[in-house]
Design a binder for this molecule. Sequence first.
Ligand SMILES: [Fe+2]
Length: 279
Amino acid sequence: MADNRPIIESLRPGSDEDWLIVAGDVAELSDDIEWALRLLAGRFAKVIWTPGNHELWTPREDPVQLRGAERYAHLVARCRELGVVTPEDPYPVWRGPGGPAAIAPVFTLYDYSFRAPGLTVEQSLQQADEAGIVCTDEFLLHNWPYPSRADWCRARVAETERRLAAHDPDIPLVLVSHWPLLREPTRALWRQEFAQWCGTELTERWHRDHRTEAVVYGHLHIPRTTWHDGVRFEEVSVGYPREWRRRGHPRGLLRQILPAPQAPVDGDRSVVRLGAASS
Ligand SMILES: [Fe+2]
């Protein structure tokens, strides 16, 4: 969004050692995605990115018309040229304050398991449609070469579980996903019909099964800190202009992930070490 551009331009590290987590939904057009990540990669010592649904759209006006997994692979290749860490790379280990912690960007999408209870996927989508709620993903987020987005999600989950199982358990993880890893945070959505586009039950144990220092996510546009099974979950959305014009940036633009903030409550977090942002 054009009005979010000055926000990206304003993001600066608090020190030369700061890393930045970018938890997805940077932009929709490939040139805009690359512009933002290039700018941030030039400022922060390391940038870690995981895709949101918006990067994975194939808008008609984008010169890059690749779809689904091919578009994702293209974005990963562009990130590597910029030195940006992706879900396809080894997890970098933060050894600054609050470390060591391996920063694990994960890309798992959704499989509609957060749908309305008791309904099939088709019934749940129909019910949402009748309520006027349809995620644009249904039109622009292609699942090629998988039969469905749910199949792509399951393949991503299986591959990510393999990576997490191979991780050294002595080094705690910061799990970074655009979509929340468990359903509970979606209970705060104004429209519950939207939850089915927000994640998968397949990831709901990851923060318990692996030694997890924190979970970072976005997508819900409800910036806040919640605790689940003793693990800190940080929703780091910046939000659409219409959202931040109404509510401001009560948690600051950059959120401190490590070292863990002394008091995980709303307040000025403008000084960051390992920070995070998502739109
Ligand atoms: Fe999103």
